[in-house]
Design a protein around this ligand. Sequence first.
Ligand code: ATP
Ligand code: MG
Length: 335
Amino acid sequence: MENNQEKKQTVLSLIQPTGTPTLGNYLGALKNWKNMSDSYDCFFGVADLHSITVRPNPADLRRRTTEMYALLLALGLDPHKNTVFVQSHVPAHAQLAWILDCYTQFGEASRMTQFKDKSEKHPDNVNVGLFAYPVLMAADILLYQTDFVPIGIDQKQHLEITRNIADRFNGLYGNTFKLPEPFIGKSGAKIMSLQEPTKKMSKSDTNPKAFISVLDDDNTIMKKIKSAVTDSEARVYRKDGKDGVNNLMGIYSCCTGKTDEEIEKEFDGKGYGDFKTAVGEAVCDELRPLREEYNRLIDDKAYLTECMKEGAEKASYTAERTLRKAMKKVGFLQI
Ligand code: ATP
Ligand code: MG
């Protein structure tokens, strides 16, 4: 009988509307979202609250939020089966974040490497929001009693602080939040910049040659892969220090499913020219269907708005249950 089916475990992940996602976001996070969407109860969203730490132009933020949302649907996520929402449409995120701020120590938040990196990148705007970013992320995750959070390796430290905050709160008030586990895909966990392969590929990089956007056309993708930084050895194999080649091998492996050994064999005796052509073509094949579906969806604003409303309603239902529980525990008067 169907009715004794086990309850599905919960998955949550958000992405900031700070630019078009890169191949790094796609292989590190988005592709896993799609893969998990059937077997889990999924909450996927556009983290617009997070993105104002870098003070985007308001019109840009509105446009990018819609674009990112369309892209999530273009991945093949089903907005009726899964919950696909915009973070600011669910006020519980900001409300729980304030509560959790008061259960997070200044010292532990100061140790976050993303805070250090981003303050260096934007020395003119080191705001309190940037500092409190991991606490908002903790609220995002804890509101849904999340089991798994599919993320790239760069977010692992934020997941650890989330667990610490939840554990501290549960210790003080009794079980309130489920402790989430990271879900980090093996091969795409950290895709590096094509121009500085010791740094992660990032969609807010100021040099567009450093990243491939998931909406780049075939021609642009080929050009960017061809100008990716490698080394002078001209041999395709994995070794510490061959950062550029290691990165391209990782990308090729994610797109084709081939192992390092198979890739080394395939390009034995060939130079970087042949290798880069193959990597470029594999990336084009991987991204083409996503781009085509996105182009279809982005013109259908009415449909996107309808899905956003449904997502906000479903997300709020779950989020508010947890928020009310937390508010009660800390002693806010219920009326
Ligand atoms: P920003 O520079 O604005 O922070 P970002 O590229 O880091 O942009 P986020 O929105 O912060 O993107 O992250 C979205 C998801 O993509 C997260 O799960 C993150 O771990 C993952 N991710 C980001 N960069 C990479 C990368 N280079 N390789 C693999 N995964 C990544
Ligand atoms: Mg980031």
